[in-house]
Design a protein around this ligand. Structure first.
Ligand code: FAD
Ligand code: NAG
Ligand code: NAG
Ligand code: NAG
Ligand code: NAG
Length: 533
């Protein structure tokens, strides 16, 4: 296989920064640079005439010829059928791609993008497969690129940075780093993927000290729309670097993240506490608010507070401290609330802690996430919880329903970190903080209930946001990783950021490959599904 000739061209300035992909870009030539001669593949000969018809059968047959059986799964292979159980949401499991392609290296990813362009066959990209958005990481009749074979983890020799590939889960990544007493800023639940979480932001147990996962990335290895493999950092491509920090899947496929390593103790304290006595909810909300406001005093503390229905109103409190200390002073208000029905807090390793955290997510059921953001405020927290329970009764007869609303905090120190290395695309301003990010998460089993369950969530959101707006406490920010396919996340980053993201996309992806050939997930100008009617 030949190597990339085009990178040399970039370095010598033949391709200037202002014209990343020339108007006369030849997909055929780019494929030849990757070692793929389309004249040698019968299915592809017809595309020399620049057919505009989408032909996923030709795309997948070609992938199989080029990469072999190990890397391409099609119906009725057992490995094709086995793929679906790696997706978290039941709706995503029902989507049948023409093939599942499993690249082993960045060059393979490049070839598959070029083949998609040649055959006009749409694609989706899957890292950990935990998106709640149907079509976010799997595509009907197209090529689903599963990054599972790319899962290397490499700490630098001085242990100051770690590079990892996107086919990795947080549990395995944390486990691999434990022996060096380092970790990275990432997810709180074992099986979630490193790819989607990091590209959308990424709230970690340690975010009050280090910020979001995306703010800890030093560079990305990225496969672009024209099949180039480039390293994107603040010095190499500052605009693209900014866009990748919150821009989701709109700018390319990341084949390696290089992130700052965090030194830490081998164990920490935390876990879930469950409360079934609604009389305790006001005290929990007070403690939630005060801890959120005090994040600057001791960033080692972390929390999220959920309210749920399981035959009765209940509260689930995830409480953590970054050191193996069971009674950190900053957690005193929470610790003084007695009457928990269950208390699973303990001292464990970070990797171990992510396992019980997954007990509360129901793998394989139908799923919906909805989100919005308001200022951190005690009254708003109470109102939000009350509206959730008020609106719930009409959908309680849905089969297998597990509804919850989770209150998180984007604290002042987290907001300050969004400005490092030139800032990120999220549109968050430290002056607006601290913020309360709300997540409604719903699991259920019958597709006949899909619409009314989404309508319920939309109603709770609309009412809670209206209450916040009336008091000047609403924010336009939508957290991509928690958003529903009916929500226009990028518009929520603000008009200026949205316009800047579109301009950067135009520069690096002038034909809009990641906007049109990869239609799933949050696009720069739209929600995946438009407004709910
Ligand atoms: C049980 C559970 C726990 C969670 N916990 C947390 C948490 O602690 N903190 C938090 O912030 N969020 C959390 N989330 C939300 C989570 O961040 C999102 O669900 C996220 O999309 C999951 O990433 P993934 O790689 O598993 O998903 P995927 O479905 O694989 O990917 C999501 C999107 O990202 C794109 N993508 C993935 N990898 C790449 C890549 N390498 N290049 C380009 N595009 C890519 C995909 O195309 C897809 O559109 C949680 C979700 C669940 C279900
Ligand atoms: C990450 O990038 C930095 C800067 O380019 C480099 O020094 C470091 O070795 C990289 N880390 C890994 C683990 O590759
Ligand atoms: C990690 O930390 C533990 C406890 O502090 C220590 O015993 C061990 O030697 C450390 N390991 C490395 C590789 O530094
Ligand atoms: C990107 O950087 C990594 C190490 O930081 C290096 O191994 C890799 O070759 C680089 N890739 C490109 C395309 O320059
Ligand atoms: C949660 O998961 C752990 C580890 O898998 C298990 O030991 C524990 O019993 C589970 N707890 C609950 C409440 O289901």
């Amino acid at each position: 296989m030949k190597n990339f000739l085009s990178l040399a061209a970039l370095a010598t300035g033949v391709i200037s920064q202002s014209v990343f992909e020339q108007a006369d870009f030849s997909i055929t030539e780019a494929l030849l640079n990757n070692g793929v001669d389309i004249l040698a593949i019968p299915e592809l000969g017809q595309f020399l005439k620049r057919s505009l018809m989408s032909d996923c059968s030709a795309a997948c047959t070609s992938l199989k010829l080029i990469f072999g059986d190990d890397q391409v799964e099609m119906k009725p292979e057992a490995a094709y059928n086995a793929f679906f159980s790696t997706l978290w949401s039941g709706q995503q499991r029902e989507i049948m791609p023409q093939c599942v392609f499993k690249p082993e290296k960045a060059l393979d990813v490049s070839t598959s993008i070029l083949l998609s362009r040649l055959t006009q066959c749409p694609f989706a990209v899957k890292s950990g497969g935990h998106s709640a958005v149907p079509g976010g990481s799997n595509i009907d009749g197209g090529i689903t690129i599963s990054l599972e074979k790319m899962h290397a983890v490499t700490p630098s020799s001085n242990k100051k940075t770690v590079s990892f590939q996107p086919g990795q889960t947080w549990y395995n990544l944390y486990l691999a780093l434990e022996k060096d007493n380092i970790t990275v800023i990432g997810g709180r639940v074992a099986d979630v993927g490193v790819g989607g979480l990091t590209l959308g932001g990424g709230i970690s147990y340690f975010s009050n000290i280090y910020g979001l996962a995306c703010d800890n990335v030093e560079s990305y290895e990225l496969v672009t729309a024209s099949g180039l493999v480039i390293n994107v950092s603040q010095s190499s491509f500052p605009d693209l670097f900014w866009a990748l920090r919150g821009g989701g899947n709109n700018f390319g496929i990341v084949t390696r993240f290089n992130v700052t390593a965090i030194e830490r103790a081998p164990t920490m304290w935390g876990g879930m506490r469950i409360y079934l006595d609604a009389a305790l909810f006001p005290a929990l909300i007070n403690a939630y608010y005060n801890l959120g406001m005090n994040a600057k005093k001791d960033g080692k503390a972390h929390q999220y507070l959920s309210f749920a229905w399981g035959g009765m109103q209940s509260a689930y409190l995830e409480l953590n401290y970054a050191d193996p200390i069971t009674d950190a002073p900053i957690l005193a208000e929470y610790n003084a609330i007695s009457g928990a029905y269950a208390d699973e807090t303990a001292v464990r390793s970070l990797a171990e802690l992510t396992i019980p955290a997954g007990n509360y997510s129901s793998n394989g059921l139908r799923q919906a996430f909805w989100t919005w953001t308001v200022k951190l405020d005690k009254e708003m927290a109470t109102i939000t919880k009350d509206i959730f329970f008020e609106e719930l009764s009409p959908i309680l007869d849905s089969q297998g329903l597990l509804p919850a609303i989770t209150l998180q905090v984007i604290s002042e120190p987290q907001l300050e970190k969004t400005a490092v290395r030139g800032g990120n695309a999220l549109g968050l301003n430290p002056m607006d903080g601290p913020l309360m990010v709300v997540l409604i998460s719903l699991s259920w089993s019958n597709s006949a209930d899909d619409d009314r369950i989404n309508e319920f969530a939309a109603r709770v959101k609309d009412r809670a946001l209206a209450a916040a707006e009336a008091q000047g406490k609403a924010s336009s920010y939508l957290y991509m990783n928690y958003a529903s396919p009916y929500q226009n996340v990028v518009a929520g980053y603000g008009a200026a950021n949205q316009a800047r993201l579109k301009a950067i996309s135009k520069k690096y992806d002038p034909t809009g490959v990641f906007e049109t050939l990869q239609p799933g997930y949050f696009k720069l100008d739209r929600a995946p599904w438009g407004n709910i009617s």
